[in-house]
Ligand binder design. Structure first.
Ligand SMILES: [Zn+2]
Length: 507
């Protein structure tokens, strides 16, 4: 990095936020675009993060009685037709398999052959095929509740793609449950949303707002969609997870029936809920700075990198021995139940080595040179602090305090994100202020403006659509029943309103 340059990532967030995002991912080596348009290659530094999220979330699911299963990648076209809203919601973005083999054409190139009688859909979500399985698995109320989760990839054909945020293929989990009563299904919908909120806030250090989607924004076929919404550093909202109450719609479409305790045949009540690799995009946009990503310790691919300083050959052996000993001792320390994840980078490449790890966002960097060995110390840098705040710490003290330091980084990231959201959230009561708030020209940085606006809405889809068409501002969520009741008038039409809803531009 040249001396003139102030930051590792160019452009900075304020110069060009979307481009900053792409460059952060490139510099961190988390993912890259693939030869297939709209699809991504997730590299080890990004995939390790996903594995940690997956493992911790999986434990949280299982603690609520959920079990994992796996269903086919392909869905018969007829299955998707079963639920009218569902087919309409997904028809525009489906990958369809029409052939089952390849043959050499006249010019020697491979061409699809063997046309299928019934085309297959590459799953955009698995409600219908899991519904089919449930219709066979469930006979009696004794089989309920049925609590199943699947970790899988799904495909939704996207024309405009961005790594982690919007790609044609992405990784996710989809939970599907069946219950004997409406109340149980509604309770499960909220229980899983609570799991997501905890995951976002405690593991990813991303503060979220929970609520219910409007009819226009809900999942196709759902009775209600609940969601967690987070604010990114360009002040746009990111929907980070959803939990749907599906009523009996999918049960009726798939024939999920059971015999009740008093021997009546009834349809089940179902839910579904999911989060995806989009969370990684949200994490980058919440915590990244102009030097790259900052990984929250709870899910970080690695916690500590040891950087032995190997300038002179005669000292190298001692430095490496000290480094390996430290790595081994760190690896025996448990952080929230799992061993610390430690990397050693012994490349002799000068200052760019330190910068590589800053850009990767590893929580702690530890340099070890002959001087540190002489004083039985390490030279430690926290990724959440300025580089100038790096300091020498006695080795034993470092080993004793390392988990506390990681927890402190985790807390700092959450507090910082929450303060940012609060600074950029306001109650707005008149249309003029509302429109000005969401107009880019009112900002010194057109890419970064607006924020979250709590404003009154009459509940009419027409008002919602007008606001959306005018400024691309959508209702992110409606607070749950009993929350935030306060009378006012709709920001658009002036009709009475019972509560404020959350408006924002969104990813
Ligand atoms: Zn209105």
């Amino acid at each position: 990095m040249s001396k003139q340059q102030q930051t590792a990532i160019s452009p900075t967030r304020t110069e060009n936020y979307p481009e900053w995002y792409q460059q952060v991912i490139r510099a961190s080596e988390m993912a890259e675009l693939s030869p297939v348009r709209g699809c991504m290659v997730i590299k080890p530094w990004g995939y390790g993060l996903w594995e940690n999220i997956q493992r911790l979330l999986d434990d949280m699911f299982k603690a609520t009685g959920v079990k994992n299963a796996y269903f086919p990648l392909f869905i018969p076209i007829g299955f998707l037709e079963k639920e009218a809203e569902h087919v309409e919601g997904f028809a525009k973005e489906c990958a369809v398999v029409t052939h089952h083999k390849l043959e050499k054409g006249e010019d020697g190139r491979l061409v699809p052959a063997g046309r299928l009688n019934e085309p297959l859909i590459v799953r955009p979500t698995s409600e219908t095929i899991i519904g089919d399985a449930f219709s066979r698995w469930i006979r009696s109320y004794r089989d309920l509740p049925m609590l199943i989760n699947q970790w899988a990839n799904v495909v939704r054909w996207e024309m405009r793609t961005r790594l982690f945020l919007r790609t044609s293929e992405f990784l996710w989990q989809e939970g599907h449950t069946v219950h004997a009563t409406k109340k149980e299904a509604v309770d499960r919908t909220h229980m899983m949303l609570t799991v997501y909120k905890r995951m976002a806030e405690e593991l990813l250090a991303i503060p979220v707002i929970t609520g219910e989607k409007t009819v226009a924004e809900k999942f196709p076929g759902a009775e209600t969609t609940t969601c967690i919404e987070a604010m990114m550093q360009d002040r746009k909202a990111l929907q980070a997870g959803t939990s749907h109450f599906l009523g009996q719609n999918f049960a009726k479409a798939s024939g999920i029936r059971f015999q009740s305790a008093d021997e009546k045949e009834e349809f089940g009540w179902t839910t579904s809920w999911g989060v995806s690799t989009r969370l990684i995009g949200g994490l980058i946009m919440t915590h990244g700075d102009d030097n790259g990503v900052i990984l929250p310790p709870r899910v970080a691919t690695a916690h500590v990198v040891l950087l032995p300083i190997l300038k002179k050959a005669k000292e190298s052996e001692a430095v490496m021995a000290y480094t390996r000993d430290l790595a081994e001792r760190l690896g025996r320390i448990l952080y929230h139940g799992s061993p610390l994840r430690v990397e050693i980078d012994d490349r002799n490449i000068g200052g760019s080595r330190n910068w590589d790890w800053i850009k990767k966002g590893i929580p702690l960097r530890v340099e070890i040179g002959p001087k540190d060995i002489a004083s039985n110390a390490v030279f430690m840098a926290r990724r959440d602090l300025d580089r100038k705040q790096s300091q020498s710490v006695a080795k034993e003290r470092f080993l004793e305090e390392v988990t506390d330091i990681l927890d402190d980084i985790q807390k700092t990231l959450f507090d910082r994100a929450l303060a940012f959201r609060e600074e950029n959230t306001r109650n707005i009561d008149d249309a003029g202020t509302f429109n000005a708030f969401f107009t880019p020209e009112n900002s010194e940085q057109p890419e970064i403006h607006g924020g979250f606006a709590w404003a009154h809405w009459c509940g009419n889809g027409g008002c919602e659509e007008t606001v959306k068409n005018r400024q691309n501002v959508t209702i992110r969520c409606i607070p749950f029943t009993g929350e935030g009741e306060e009378s006012g008038v709709c920001i658009e039409c002036g009709e009475p309103s019972e509560k404020r809803v959350l408006f924002a531009k969104a990813y």
